[in-house]
Design a protein around this ligand. Structure first.
Ligand SMILES: [Zn+2]
Length: 337
């Protein structure tokens, strides 16, 4: 796991302009290209391998405490996103809209996003602005250490997305472009956070002018993100599977890779149900269920247990993890592949 503060030393930072209100004068800025890749110091920026067209796995989190990014010109102070609940966006709604915004980019290209609980472990951190101005900004910093053969592409180290908690926000379009739709704004700012710039004022989600003409990615947005990450037809998971941090019910942290192969004990029956051989992951990256194979109790090849019904505990004696389930709720196991 990364300790964010240490790595910040070797990073360069980039300011990205906010999504502008429609009323600003924008003479002589009519765009011609349909997309534009973000560039800093002549480098194109992307997550994962510093090679165009190669997919990436990116984590994100919401700021749950005040975080300061000394090198950032934008989003220098991030405060807990809960501040937006005072502007008409309850926390649960914000999380739903954020999931939808990430999902749009995920479906479009070789990108996969998953949410982590601790913002200090996240690639993209979303929060409220500590010093409110404008509507929303993104800040991107890249690794200045050149990778072998990296050419003119550099790997993004971290990105912040910050929203003004003093502005009013809304969910959905209603024709009033003075109040921004939160999902559209997030789609746009996430676009910056994954390496896209403004191609011009309008016509694409990455256009810098806020409009309510479309709620989906446009042709240029798709072209741009696929240039960076491919079209998603190839598996973006690195060989060897995933390495996901799980939050346990207690203060212990568990790693998904460590749980594979562990036995699940039914508390009620006092018997082993089987051993974990897979996880069912939701679109937002959270775990929906564990898949247990070779169940002596149920006599089935594979059963799935809802994540909520499973209890994890450290076994101090053995140094391993004990996995118990009180009342197993069995779910259908999706087909493999
Ligand atoms: Zn922008």
């Amino acid at each position: 796991m990364r300790t964010a503060t240490n790595m910040r030393l070797s990073m360069r930072t980039l300011l990205i302009a906010a999504l502008l209100p429609l009323s600003l004068p924008l003479a002589a800025l009519e765009g011609h290209d349909d997309y534009k890749l973000l560039k800093l110091d002549g480098y194109k920026l992307k997550w994962g391998e510093p090679e165009l067209g190669v997919g990436a796995r990116v984590s994100y989190a919401f700021a749950d405490e005040t975080l300061r990014f000394e090198d950032a010109r934008n989003c220098r102070d991030l405060t807990p996103i809960q501040a937006l609940s005072e502007q008409g966006i309850p926390n649960e709604m914000l999380k739903r809209e954020t999931t939808a915004a990430f999902a749009l980019w995920e479906r479009a290209a070789g990108l996969s996003f998953h949410r982590v609980r601790d913002a200090r472990d996240a690639d993209i951190i979303i929060g409220a602005q500590g010093s409110p101005r404008g509507r929303a900004f993104a800040n991107v910093s890249y690794q200045s250490e050149p990778e072998a053969g990296a050419g003119r592409v550099r790997t993004i180290e971290q990105a912040q997305v910050c929203l003004n908690p003093e502005r009013q926000w809304k969910v959905g379009f209603d024709g009033d472009t003075d109040v921004y739709d939160i999902r559209y704004t997030l789609i746009h700012e996430i676009g910056h956070a994954i390496g896209l710039d403004h191609p011009g004022p309008t016509g694409q989600v990455m256009g810098f002018r806020y409009t309510e003409e479309f709620a989906e990615l446009q042709a240029g947005d798709l072209e741009g993100v696929r240039r960076l990450y491919g079209d998603g037809s190839e598996d973006v998971l690195p060989p060897g599977g995933f390495d996901m941090q799980l939050a346990s019910t207690g203060s212990n942290a568990h790693n998904a890779n460590d749980l594979i192969g562990n036995s699940v004990i039914s508390t009620g029956a006092g018997k082993e149900i089987g051993s974990i051989n897979d996880f069912i992951i939701e679109e937002d990256g959270s775990i929906f269920a564990v898949v247990v194979g070779g169940s002596p109790l149920y006599g089935e090849e594979r059963v799935a247990l809802s994540w909520d019904s499973v209890e994890l505990a450290r076994d101090a004696d053995k140094g391993g993890t004990v996995i118990r389930v009180d009342e197993p709720s069995l779910l259908p196991v999706p087909a493999e592949g």
